[in-house]
Unconditional design. Sequence first.
Length: 181
Amino acid sequence: MSTNLNLTLNITGNGTLAGPSDITTPSSVITIGNNWPTMKTTLTYGTAANQAKNWYLKKRTLAAGANDDLDLSGGLTNEVGDTGIIFLAIKVLLIAILSPDGVKKLKVGPGAGAGGTLVANAFIGPWASAASSFVQIDNFGLPINHPWGGYAVTAGTADILRINNPGAGSVDYNLLIVGTV
């Protein structure tokens, strides 16, 4: 079993929006961490707020129209050899499509199946209910960022995270799931 975890996620950036020269303020500037709040999550090893005990990090490929149903309670193996990871709560879920092109998409959540089909024993997480509840990822997304308590995983009844590819071609993506065990 993993004996240490240290994770810091930062979203940084800046930008300028220019307007017509005849207005008083011809531009608007955003700097994350300056005039926009810093977006940062730091987790250390443990089970309390701002802590986690394990993660699953993997590059995955999902065929056209297929579902990727991940068992959060015993069905995942991480890079350091922890097999059958049994998450009790999920604190971070980060998904990034490799080579996004505006066509590739992923749907994530209990109602993400083709035609809104529900997964049995769905992990509900931040979604209100299983019925038609999902988020669509076109590039990258952080569907879960709850470093305090996380979202409960219940073995056998609420532990399957569904990811669906609604497109006509396969999608390669990176997946990071961080939680307590």
